[in-house]
Design a protein around this ligand. Structure first.
Ligand code: NDP
Ligand code: GO6
Length: 312
């Protein structure tokens, strides 16, 4: 069988670049959208040229150019979108409606993975304002995909390590705390941490797997199913230094939202659902889902102690 041809939209982004890398590594003919809006973003262009040097083909089209987008989509069998969904970056998930339109008109796509890669939005119907906007938008995209009968896979990737692990789940920083660490409630709620490179690997594994057709795959690496307390102890063991802990009651954490900027308010809501309510691990995967490490046991995923080592 020929390898599926993969088009990545949002390919220079935090997740997108890892999807491109995983697609190239798996030997798929890989296409990356180059948007004419690139302007003077020299780093973005350098990244695209590096992909090209590794064998990717760059397809030039704007999301505002329907015909150009249809032509790009027609080059591929699979489309993966990794458009920005992060509020302190450039949150633009709704632009994917244009991509869905192009996929619908092109008519050749065997699988579409929209930009999800986080909490399962279908389980976040009661999420807090204003953070719920991400989930609501992802559900609008899902609806458009399903209404157009586009074959799809949704990837629920839980907590990206880079955002949640080295900082021991602290907000507003990506670096390990040096003296004191805030603990959410009793710190005993289970969370799944996933190395972002592994997100790319599992996403690409799923693209021509009949077991993932029209399903959600959840990435739940068992060894990375940790409470905040367990994560903190791993860091303490690695560094040989113990940190002072201060516990943050849930109501106090939520109340801290009111003086913050919009992006941080979004973050507070998400952290509340993850670290107080336990929304990542408090449900069983049903018939509409599958678990990635079980589907692809050959993948050697990164454990969090290994991940943390580079921050010492
Ligand atoms: P980024 O912020 O890195 O942006 C990804 C891409 O979005 C950009 O590279 C760009 O594509 C595209 N983009 C941004 N603005 C525009 C625009 N105005 N017009 C067209 N394209 C635009 O995204 P992330 O990688 O952080 O997020 C991807 C997904 O991952 C989201 O759904 C997000 O919710 C999720 N996520 C999950 C996390 C987790 O812990 N589970 C953590 C972070 C994100 P181009 O390359 O073409 O320039
Ligand atoms: C990551 C963050 C980190 C916010 C998801 C504010 C969508 C998801 C786990 O972009 O708001 O400091 O599922 O000060 O479905 C952001 C969001 C986390 C990072 C959550 C995310 C996770 C988006 C912060 C901060 C480290």
């Amino acid at each position: 069988m020929e390898e599926s041809r993969v088009l990545v939209v949002g390919g220079t982004g935090f997740v997108g670049r890892r999807i491109v890398a995983a697609s190239l590594a798996a030997g798929h003919p890989t296409y990356v959208l180059l948007r004419p809006e690139i302007g003077l973003d020299i780093d973005k262009l350098q990244m695209l040229l590096a992909f090209k040097a590794r064998g990717a083909r760059l397809l030039e089209a704007s999301l505002d150019d329907h015909d150009g987008l249809v032509a790009a989509v027609r080059q591929a069998d699979v489309v993966v979108s990794a458009m920005s969904g992060v509020h302190f970056r450039s949150h633009n998930l709704m632009l994917q409606l244009k991509l869905v339109e192009a996929i619908k008109d092109a008519g050749n796509v065997k699988r579409f993975l929209p930009s999800e890669f986080g909490m399962d939005p279908s389980r976040m119907g009661d999420a807090l304002e204003p953070g719920r906007i991400s989930f609501d938008e992802k559900m609008v995209i899902r609806r458009a995909i399903e209404d157009a009968n586009i074959p799809h896979t949704y990837v629920s990737a839980n907590c990206f390590a880079a955002y949640f692990c080295p900082n021991l789940c602290q907000m507003k920083t990506l670096l390990p705390p040096k003296e004191r660490v805030g603990v959410y409630g009793d710190g005993n709620v289970k969370v799944f941490f996933v190395d972002e490179n592994d997100v790319g690997t599992y996403a690409i594994k799923s693209i021509d797997d009949p077991r993932t057709l029209n399903k959600t795959i959840y990435i739940r690496p068992q060894d990375n199913c940790l409470t905040q307390n367990e994560l903190i102890s791993k860091w303490e063991t690695l560094t040989g230094k113990s940190l002072e802990k201060f516990h943050i009651p849930g109501d106090e954490f939520l109340a801290s939202m009111k003086d913050l900027d919009f992006a941080s308010q979004v973050g507070i809501g998400h952290y509340y659902h993850i670290f107080y309510e336990g929304c990542l691990a408090n449900f069983e995967i049903g018939d509409n889902g599958a678990e990635a490490t079980q589907l692809y046991p050959e993948v050697q995923y990164t454990r969090m102690d290994e991940y943390l080592k580079r921050y010492i």
